[in-house]
Design a protein around this ligand. Sequence first.
Ligand SMILES: [Zn+2]
Length: 276
Amino acid sequence: MPTESLAELVRFAPDAYGVRWVNHVALFIVTDAGVILVDANGQVNPRTPALIKEAIRSVTTQPVKYVVYSHSAFDHSTGGAVFADTARFVGHKNAVDRIKAANDPTTPAPDIVFDKKMTLELGGRSVDLYPADLSATDDYIVVHYPAGRLAMFVDLVQPRNLPFRTLLGHPERIVERFQWLEEKLDFDVIVSGHASPQMSGTKQDVVEQRVYYRDLSDAIAAARAAGLADGSPEMATLAGSILHAKYGAWRRFDEFLALNIQGMIAWRAGKSPSAH
Ligand SMILES: [Zn+2]
């Protein structure tokens, strides 16, 4: 069989690193007064948080002072308890009840909670945390480390991937958020928390994701103009034929296109199709 790389430690910026186990990526930033970690990724593999802890130890003796939740979904949020001896837990207000409801002793609920921009200061470094505000119930955040020219937006900016299933928030809000990333946030590297097809992207990947939402919207409009019913297989087939030339090589094109169409229509009709 071909060899497969299961785990990886990479440097995104002079003091910012990524730890990958298979398709999940955690981010950590090292300062002179401790480490800021985003996500423990301990659901798929319960040993991943311990692996992350050792990876951090391999580059610094500083303890983890903050564990930041990129959002509440358990594949990313599980397992931070291995850092509880030194860390506080930081997350969006909407993530608190979801994490508490899971009642998982390995996953402490956030004790530093925000629903507006918040800045973590540690060792002379600043990390800005922004609620993504993709819907009323959304708990995704955007992490920005200005000194490292680095951003993290888990799940939403996976280069050359179709958006997840029925979209992770209102499509117009997602597009606005991408425009904000492009115009207002200074960064060279953006991390998605995933590794397929790669562990990081650039501003150009944000642009491509944003344009996909516009092209998807146009394809739905074309299918409607052709008399095809919302969410019908015929609509998915026609939209697929329109979008294939540009996006057919993107990951999960065949798997998620029909769901993306259903999601865009549902969100615009005022429904929340995905409990993520
Ligand atoms: Zn994810």
